[in-house]
Structures are given as structure tokens and as C-alpha cells.
Design a protein around this ligand. Structure first.
Ligand SMILES: Cc1ncc(C[n+]2csc(CCOP(=O)(O)OP(=O)(O)O)c2C)c(N)n1
Length: 249
């Protein structure tokens, strides 16, 4: 009998520390599947974030480093410059990428550094207890916005893909969601394209995942998936914001 489901070689055999219904484990699996399928495990180097995925280096069987909070794009871009034969990726949450690491995010993208950024947007600071992030939506309750985010007081949610698409550096930018099996299959296609943008075009790519955080959204895992479909995609529309295949360089 042919097994329908197997653990990708690039995933280690251990339990993760993630909460029930968290999206990080799904993104890890997608990365591992694509790394296996592209046969790039031996030459892939990743940068793990400070955030819930701080232990990503224990789950992915590739070389990884752990730069300071928000600094992963610069660190991995530097590694790529000295080891251009490597496939270099940065893995980041929204606090890491769009708050403390905003400068690094913008300048690395603007320079078009040939790295692949995987951006897990769960609209909160998960690791530190569910505080407001730049991507927290208006009226969304977090531990630091207990009556909901208010535009006048807290500012507006930040749309990272749209922001980066104003720059000339990036070659590929896409937002996907982890809210259903179909969406996850589509997310895998985006992960593959993110890596191929670097491998075939030597160019910058970013893939954003709308990712559930049932623990700090105070929802069941199923309601968190519905929340992505029904609410989050209205603020963060899915789609391709830059594509080297359809745009002149
Ligand atoms: C220099 C520095 N500032 C602040 C922190 C505290 N801190 C750790 S993780 C984190 C936010 C993580 O949120 P996010 O990047 O959205 O990832 P998630 O945990 O939600 O996956 C913060 C503020 C830190 N570790 N180092």
C-alpha cells in the first residue's frame, strides 16, 4: 500500500511547542515539503525569528541562525552575500517583521536582496502574550487593546504586501491564507514560487500567510479559521502584489 501522508525529510521527528490550531506548524510543514521537492536541503540556510517560531531551527533540518528580534532579513541577506550558492530564507512574525524590524524589512526589500521572506501574520504578538501588533485590525481585542484597536489612538493596521509593492526591489510578493485545505495547497504553491524567485531569478520574494492564533484571538481553532476567511481577508486581501513573470524587471 502506498502511504498517503508522510513526514517530509526536512521536518525533525519531534513534537512542536505550538498551541492547538496555530498556523506556524503548517508553515513549517509547507517549507519542509517544498525544500524536499526542490532538493535544496543541503544548501538552504534559514533565519528564525524572535517570536512564537523562535524554535523553528529545532523543527527544520536545515542550517539556521537566530538573529536579534527583527534583524533576520539583514542577517540572512548578509549570509546570502557571502554564500551566494545558498538558498537563504527569513521566517518572521508580524511583530518581528512589521514593528521592531520595519527598517530591515523595507531596506532589504528595497535593495532587492536575493532572499525569500516568509511572513506569518497572526495579527498579534503571540510569544509575549497577545499584545497589539502593527497588523492588529481595527476593533480587534488584544491584551493591550482590551476594548479593541482604535485608529485615532493606536493607528491603522499595516498592510505589508501593499507597502512593499510600492518599492522597485521585490520580484515576487504574495499574500495567502491558512484557513482551509484549498488555501493551504495554494500557500504551498506560493512557498515554491518564493524559493524559485531566489533560485532562478536571484531576486527578492516575500510570502505573507494569514495565520490563526486561537489562543490570543480567544477563539476555538475552527472559529479562528472562519475569522480569517470572513474578517481578516477583508482587511488583508489575498493575491499577488508583484510577480516577475508578468512584469518587466
Ligand atoms: C529587542 C527585543 N524587544 C522585544 C522583545 C519581546 N518580544 C519577543 S517576541 C515579540 C513579538 C513577537 O510577535 P510576532 O513577531 O508577531 O510573532 P508571533 O509570536 O506572533 O509568532 C516581542 C515584542 C524581544 N525579545 N527583544
Amino acid at each position: 500500500m502506498k502511504p498517503l501522508y508522510e513526514r517530509p525529510d526536512t521536518l525533525t521527528h519531534c513534537l512542536t511547542h505550538y498551541c492547538a490550531g496555530c498556523g506556524h506548524g503548517i508553515v513549517h510543514r509547507l517549507l519542509a515539503e517544498v525544500i524536499d521537492e526542490l532538493g535544496i536541503r543541503g544548501r538552504t540556510i534559514g533565519a528564525a525569528p524572535v517570536g512564537c517560531a523562535v524554535l523553528a531551527h529545532q523543527y527544520l533540518k536545515v542550517d539556521m541562525c537566530e538573529p536579534a528580534h527583527g534583524r533576520t532579513p539583514e542577517a540572512i541577506a548578509a549570509i546570502k552575500r557571502v554564500r551566494p550558492e545558498c538558498v537563504a530564507f527569513s521566517y518572521q512574525g508580524d511583530g518581528d517583521l512589521a514593528a521592531i524590524g520595519t527598517a530591515e524589512t523595507l531596506h532589504v526589500a528595497n535593495r532587492g536582496e536575493p532572499i525569500t521572506v516568509f511572513f506569518v501574520n497572526n495579527a498579534v504578538y503571540g510569544m509575549t502574550g497577545g499584545q497589539m501588533a502593527p497588523t492588529t485590525m481595527l476593533a480587534q481585542k488584544t491584551t493591550t487593546t482590551p476594548v479593541g484597536r482604535n485608529a485615532g489612538y493606536h493607528g491603522h493596521p499595516m498592510r505589508v504586501c501593499e507597502l512593499l509593492a510600492t518599492l522597485d526591489g521585490p520580484a515576487y510578493i504574495e499574500r495567502v491564507a491558512l484557513s482551509s485545505p484549498d488555501r493551504i495547497r495554494d500557500a504551498k504553491r506560493a512557498v515554491r514560487k518564493g524559493f524559485l524567485t531566489q533560485i532562478e531569478r536571484n531576486a527578492y520574494a516575500l510570502v505573507e500567510f494569514l495565520s490563526p492564533c486561537p489562543t490570543y484571538w480567544r477563539m476555538s481553532p475552527l472559529d479562528a479559521l472562519r475569522f480569517i476567511e470572513e474578517e481578516m481577508t477583508k482587511i488583508y486581501p489575498l493575491g499577488v502584489f508583484r510577480d516577475w513573470e508578468t512584469r518587466e524587471a
